[in-house]
Each structure stands twice: as structure tokens, then as C-alpha cells.
Ligand binder design. Structure first.
Ligand SMILES: Cc1cc2nc3c(=O)[nH]c(=O)nc-3n(C[C@H](O)[C@H](O)[C@H](O)COP(=O)(O)OP(=O)(O)OC[C@H]3O[C@@H](n4cnc5c(N)ncnc54)[C@H](O)[C@@H]3O)c2cc1C
Length: 500
């Protein structure tokens, strides 16, 4: 009889684990608190507009790249049309002057030099690094067979260069890198690129390199459609999924996980339990904090989380197809967003995906960093909570109306998601939509991730964004593959994967 595996969470990590376990003959069942798959990889439709909550770039969209193989195994690619943008983002100053982060390093180099010839050395180094990183291929976990071992051998020189690069650059943060530009505009604009001063510049560079290599496009149809394609693959492999099934407890006998107990009291026994859910609630609620050591306690006490977001989505009855898709611009006066003051505003126009808005209309998303406590407290008084969401939306629409006169009258749908929304629909701790912020404290885990087991507990694994500082879709998908390899190894079974 095949072993039964209970998976908590139908985000990308949980779905991926389900797919690979089914490919290897395990009896897999996913329990998900929401009524749909995807977790934070999601989108929602309001009056004909679809608002996307996740994918800006998906590493692995180029045929033949390392991650492409995983997405193909998971049934997510090929499928949707992939959009490769020419620009990553535009950062404007008060006069409208813009830093355009082109995805092509040659074009980027020319543009940056036009902005500041005195910074040629830094600019050349930046673009050279992008070109170098473009060429490096990384393995999909530990090689499992002869073919994968041969592939891995070919990657060794590149991996060596990547490790050396990491050792040289690991301490360079976005803030430190921006400080190297002599030109005040470039220094200030580059600093606003990510709104996370401690974020490692190397990680930013790797993303730019993947994007510029055409290996990190946007899958048309949006994030929920992307998640649904993996769910379809899982179901076609014979996997089971129970929605609206919140796991309250991971049952343990002795030192072994034996299954899960849902909120309604139902118990589901399993030979192996995998949590692909929020890290904090898995360790401290579902397992009652019994399987931790100082290292784990230290992480949850001290590591920084991604600053939570308010996502303001607008359905606009106007054709904005000629506008750049991603822009940040400074505000005339600061905007207060749940206890935080914002000096600039970034928007993303989904004018590159015609499936997200009716013809001639535009779906737009604005992300605003905010404080979790503010919204958690406010949510206790639902009227005040709604009023604050409405006030914020009005203010932002007013700002955009000054940028595009008449904009206000064209707004026909307004949707505001707060950090509380993220918690309600995905249970991510304190609304941290990507888990741990990648910074100086944890950048050493950037290439390896954290341990997928807990001390003193057998038959249990954790996967997903809380096991990889910085989060992201590729690690989530990869974890499903890796945990299946670990389970197969323990059972002395040969790991296999298939593509459709
Ligand atoms: C705004 C935004 C933009 C992003 N942009 C990108 C991007 O461009 N590229 C990229 O690679 N990544 C991006 N990410 C990050 C990426 O989406 C996530 O890191 C990844 O989807 C995490 O997947 P996961 O399965 O690990 O976690 P989650 O998506 O959080 O999934 C966990 C699942 O577990 C469920 N769950 C939790 N608790 C329980 C419980 N007790 N019982 C049952 N179910 C439970 C949740 O409901 C959820 O479905 C972005 C994220 C956001 C929010």
C-alpha cells in the first residue's frame, strides 16, 4: 500500500509537493484553508477587471532553463503566453526626469551613462555583472540520475563563479550600492528601486540577469490562472485537495507526526506530514512550539519580515496602453498609510495583459508599504476599517488625477487589500507576504535555504517561502521537488519526475 502524505496548504509549494509525490506513487492529500489554490500567488476579479496580487516575474519562463524544467513538470508551462518586458521599472524625480531600468544590459548601460557619464565605472561593473550572471545555470536540487549528474557537471564552473560572486558581493546592500553613484539623481533613484535598503544588491542583480536573459517573464492570465494550472496537473495525477479545511493541529505520537486535525475536529491520519503553510503558525500553533531549538527561536524572535502591504487595485475605464507598465514617482506631500508615511507612489499597469481588463480599459495596482499592528487593531472596528480603506483609496485616486487629469471620473472599480486580508486568506504571519526579508542577518541562506525538518520530530517536513529568506515562486516549486526526493530517499525509492 502506498504511503499517505498530508500536505498543509495549497500555495505553490504545497501544490508542487502534491504533484511530485503523486509522480512517485505516494497517496497525497492537500488541506487548504481558503476555497482556492495559489496562496499569495493569486488574483481576483471584480466587475470584469482581474487584479493580480503576485507575479511580476517568473524565473524559468525560457525554454531549456533550469527552472523551466520544473514548471513543465508541474504543468504550468508551456501554456500561457509569456510577456518579456523591455523595461523593469521607471523611477521618476519631482521634475519628471526618469531612471529607466531597461532589461537589456546594453541599453541599460547606454541610458545610465547618458544620465551620468561620471559614473561610468559603476555602470559598467553593474551591466557586466548582469551579463555574467545571465550565463550561469543552477541545478534543480540534487542530481538524481546519470543524465542529471552529467548536466550538473557542466554547471560546476558556473556554480563556482556564482559562489565567488556571492562571497565578494554578499555584503553589498541596495543602499550601499546606490551610494556608489556620484550623480545625485542616480543615487537617489536607484535607492528607491526596491524600497528595501538592506536588500542584497546581488539578489536584485540575479533577478535583473534572469529577466534580461528572457528567463523571467510574466505568464499572461495572471497569478491565479498560473496556480490553477498546477492544481490541474495535481488533480490529473490523482491528487486530492480539500478546500476550506484549516489545519489546527499536527498530531504527534512520541516523536513522530501522525496526521492533522482540522478546525472542525476531523482527524486525518498520515504516514508523513508536510507543512507548506505559514512558518510561525506551523511551529508555534499547529505543533505547540514543542519542536524548536535556539536557532529556530532566534529566527522567529529576531529576523525581519517583509514590510506588509496595502494593495490598492483600480479598474479604470480608459485606455492606458501607451503608458509604461511600472513607475514610481515622488509625492507632493507624504501619504499616510496605516502608520507609515510614504514619500512616493509606485503603480503597475497591467496594460500588457489584455485578459485582465475589458477592451479599452485598464487594471492598475498600487502597492503601499504599511504597519501590520495598525490594520490589525483597526479591523476590530469594521466600520472604521472600511472608512480608512476608502480614505486611502480616495487620496491615491486624487494623486493619480493630478497626474492624469480626469482619471478620477474614469475609476469604476476600487479594491483595497490590507495586511489583514493577507492573514485572512493565507495566514502568513503578520501579513508578511513573502516570509523573511532577505537581509544581512540571513543572506547566508540565500543559496541553500533553511532545514526542512524540525529537531526531535520524525515524519514531518516544512517547505515553502518560510524556508527560504526572500521567498519567491521558484523556491516554493523547488521545495516540493526536494521534499519528495527526501521522502523517496528515506523509503529507498528512486525519485522520478515526468512532464506533460
Ligand atoms: C505582491 C507580491 C508579489 C510577488 N511577486 C513575485 C514575483 O514576481 N516572482 C516570484 O517568484 N515571487 C513573487 N512573490 C512571492 C511568491 O508569490 C511567494 O513567495 C510564493 O507564492 C509562496 O508560496 P508558498 O506556497 O510558499 O506560500 P503561500 O502562498 O503563503 O501558501 C501557503 C498556503 O497555506 C495555506 N495555509 C496556511 N495556514 C493554513 C492552515 N492552518 N491550514 C490550511 N491551509 C493553510 C494558505 O492559505 C496558503 O494557501 C510575490 C508575492 C506577493 C505577495
Amino acid at each position: 500500500m502506498s504511503k499517505k502524505v498530508a500536505i498543509i496548504g495549497a500555495g505553490i509549494a504545497g501544490l508542487s509537493a502534491g504533484c511530485y509525490l503523486r509522480m512517485n506513487g505516494y497517496d497525497a492529500e492537500i488541506f487548504e484553508l481558503h476555497d482556492k489554490p495559489g496562496g499569495v500567488c493569486t488574483s481576483w476579479t471584480r466587475k470584469g477587471y482581474t487584479f493580480d496580487g503576485c507575479i511580476h516575474w517568473l524565473v524559468g519562463t525560457r525554454d531549456g532553463s533550469s527552472f523551466n524544467k520544473a514548471w513543465r513538470e508541474l504543468g504550468a508551462l508551456p501554456g500561457p503566453k509569456i510577456v518579456n518586458h523591455e523595461e523593469f521599472i521607471r523611477i521618476e524625480d519631482k521634475t519628471g526626469k526618469a531612471l529607466i531600468v531597461y532589461n537589456d544590459p546594453d541599453r541599460l548601460e547606454r541610458h545610465l551613462k547618458e544620465l551620468s557619464a561620471v559614473d561610468s565605472t559603476v555602470i559598467e561593473e553593474l551591466c557586466k555583472d548582469m551579463r555574467k550572471l545571465q550565463k550561469i545555470r543552477t541545478p534543480l536540487g540534487t542530481p538524481q540520475n546519470r543524465q542529471e549528474r552529467l548536466e550538473f557537471l557542466k554547471m560546476v564552473p558556473g556554480l563556482f563563479r556564482l559562489t565567488m560572486f556571492y562571497l565578494r558581493k554578499r555584503k553589498v546592500t541596495m543602499e550601499r550600492f546606490s551610494g556608489r553613484f556620484k550623480d545625485p539623481f542616480l543615487r537617489e533613484a536607484w535607492g528607491r528601486l526596491f524600497d528595501m535598503p538592506d536588500f542584497p544588491m546581488m539578489w536584485m542583480l540575479m533577478n535583473l540577469a534572469w529577466i534580461s536573459a528572457g528567463d523571467a517573464g510574466y505568464p499572461q492570465g495572471g497569478s491565479l490562472e498560473f496556480a490553477r494550472s498546477i492544481e490541474r496537473r495535481y488533480l490529473s495525477l490523482g491528487g486530492k485537495v480539500s478546500y476550506q479545511s484549516r489545519v489546527k493541529e499536527i498530531t504527534v505520537e512520541g516523536a513522530r507526526a501522525t496526521g492533522i486535525r482540522l478546525e472542525d475536529g476531523t482527524v486525518h491520519d498520515a504516514d508523513v506530514v508536510i507543512s507548506a503553510a505559514d512558518g510561525h503558525s506551523t511551529i508555534f500553533d499547529m505543533l505547540g512550539g514543542r519542536f524548536v531549538n535556539d536557532e529556530i527561536r532566534g529566527m522567529y524572535d529576531n529576523w525581519s519580515l517583509f514590510t506588509p502591504l496595502v494593495q490598492l487595485s483600480l479598474g479604470v475605464s480608459r485606455d492606458m496602453s501607451d503608458e509604461p507598465h511600472s513607475v514610481r514617482f515622488p509625492l507632493e506631500k507624504p501619504l499616510v498609510v496605516g502608520g507609515r508615511s510614504c514619500d512616493d507612489l509606485g503603480y503597475m499597469l497591467f496594460n500588457f495583459d489584455p485578459t485582465l481588463a475589458p477592451a479599452g480599459k485598464s487594471a492598475m495596482v498600487i502597492y503601499l508599504q504599511t504597519e501590520y499592528e495598525y490594520w490589525e487593531t483597526l479591523y476590530a472596528d469594521r466600520d472604521k476599517y472600511k472608512a480608512e480603506k476608502a480614505r486611502l483609496a480616495d487620496e491615491v485616486i486624487g494623486i493619480l488625477d493630478r497626474r492624469w487629469p480626469g482619471f478620477k471620473d474614469d475609476v469604476e472599480v476600487v479594491d483595497v487589500a490590507t495586511p489583514v486580508t493577507y492573514v485572512r486568506y493565507t495566514a502568513n504571519w503578520r501579513g508578511s507576504y513573502e516570509g523573511w526579508l532577505l537581509d544581512k542577518q540571513n543572506s547566508r541562506y540565500m543559496l541553500t535555504g533553511l532545514k526542512k525538518t524540525l529537531p526531535g520530530l520524525e515524519g514531518f517536513y516544512m517547505i515553502g517561502q518560510w524556508l527560504m529568506p526572500g521567498g519567491g515562486l521558484p523556491p516554493a516549486a523547488l521545495h516540493g521537488r526536494e521534499v519528495t526526493q527526501m521522502i523517496c530517499k528515506k523509503d529507498s525509492r528512486k525519485f522520478t519526475s515526468t512532464q506533460i
